[in-house]
Design a protein around this ligand. Structure first.
Ligand code: UD1
Length: 335
């Protein structure tokens, strides 16, 4: 009996695999390396001292998924595989709808055919769009601003319809806030192929001198220091949230926010990063980025109440672990 992890070589997927293996679970990873590297699989094995089967497979490839299910006894799936760059999704919407939505449909069809009806899906706080009120609870209104967000919401709705149609299905939709940080060894972290889009990977590049400075997108928002506020969550806390979700699976569709419940502004993150790591971080104030909400942080109490899960690692650990990963990665790249 194994858990299939789609996108298990990716940023959140790889950290979740480590936690699952440390928890004694049997896993199988499927990944097509579209935004990850094969080396991650070796690192997961080295960090945990455990082994697992791996399939280089695309979730849109039905026969590849059928092969995985026929060769293994899979009881649950954690589905991470998907594209996640907002700007790219605006430029290439068909690519995003095809991969994220069609890929998820294919996965669900194959799960259904093999009578594996337990799914944890990697959703996102992006489904709250520009929240009118904070903290954001699971029943806040849903609104998406770009094709990436649409795909997350569509997949959530597909899962709900499936659960309504067949009472044997259990689906847990996890809405992540802003994942940052890295494994404490510094050997796993966020290592996107191409140019990063999210704040922490860009901070790391600026601190490393790979880019001249960080652009802070707007300082005229209605927040105390004028910069946007987000709920940053350590990726290891997030990974542990998946174990809690698996253990609490029940019939039907359920949704949970995975966040800390605490908001930090961009300037507060910059200060925390400099202070924690004793490094310089050049930045300048730049124009607003279209589509950014001024404030977005979670009400995480449902996950605490029903999953028994709560984020434990604070902003210093997020900054220190991110930096350790960047330092090791750069020395690897230089050698
Ligand atoms: C972004 C996406 C969101 C997606 C999430 C996935 C947008 C508008 N939103 O969320 O849909 O689910 O990533 O991880 O793209 N910032 C800067 N300078 C930078 C980069 C970011 O000031 O170079 C600021 C942003 O304005 C924002 C904060 O840092 O206030 C966090 O940005 P980011 O990491 O991109 O996350 P979100 O915008 O919250």
């Amino acid at each position: 009996m194994s858990i299939l992890i789609t996108g298990g070589a990716g940023y959140i997927g790889s950290h979740t695999c480590v936690e699952l293996l440390n928890d004694g679970r049997e896993i199988i990873i499927a990944d097509n390396f579209s935004n990850s590297k094969p080396k991650v699989l070796e690192t997961i094995k080295e960090l945990t001292g455990r082994s697992f089967r791996f399939y280089e497979a695309d979730i849109c490839d039905k026969s590849a998924l059928e092969r995985i299910f026929s060769e293994n006894e899979i009881t649950e799936v954690i589905h991470f595989a998907g594209y996640k760059a907002v700007a790219e999704s605006v430029k290439f919407p068909l690519k995003y709808y095809h991969n994220n939505v069609c890929g998820s449909l294919v996965l669900l069809e194959v799960m259904n055919a093999f009578n594996c009806k337990n799914l944890v899906f990697s959703s996102s706080a992006t489904v709250y769009g520009m929240p009118e009120n904070v903290p954001v609870s699971e029943d806040s209104s849903l609104f998406t601003l770009n094709p990436y967000g649409q795909t997350k919401l569509m997949i959530e709705n597909i899962c709900r319809d499936l659960c309504d149609s067949d009472g044997d299905w259990s689906v847990t939709l996890l809405r992540y806030f802003n994942p940052v940080g890295a494994h404490e060894s510094g050997r796993l972290g966020e290592d996107p192929n191409g140019i990063p889009n999210n704040l922490m990977p860009i901070i790391l590049q600026a601190a490393k001198g790979k880019i001249p400075e960080l652009n802070v997108f707007g300082n005229d928002y209605s927040t105390p220091d004028g910069t946007c506020i987000r709920d940053y969550i350590h990726v290891v806390d997030l990974a542990k949230g998946h174990i809690a979700a698996l253990s609490a699976m029940k019939k039907g569709a359920e949704v949970y926010n995975l966040g800390t419940g605490k908001g930090y502004s961009v300037l507060e993150i910059i200060e925390a990063f400099k202070r924690t790591n004793s490094v310089e971080l050049p930045y300048k104030i730049a124009p607003r980025r279209p589509g950014d909400a001024a404030r977005c942080w979670s009400l995480p109490s449902k996950a605490e109440r029903e999953l028994g899960w709560k984020a434990e690692l604070g902003i210093e650990r997020m900054c220190a672990d991110s930096w350790r990963f960047a330092e090791l990665k750069m020395s690897d790249a230089d050698s």
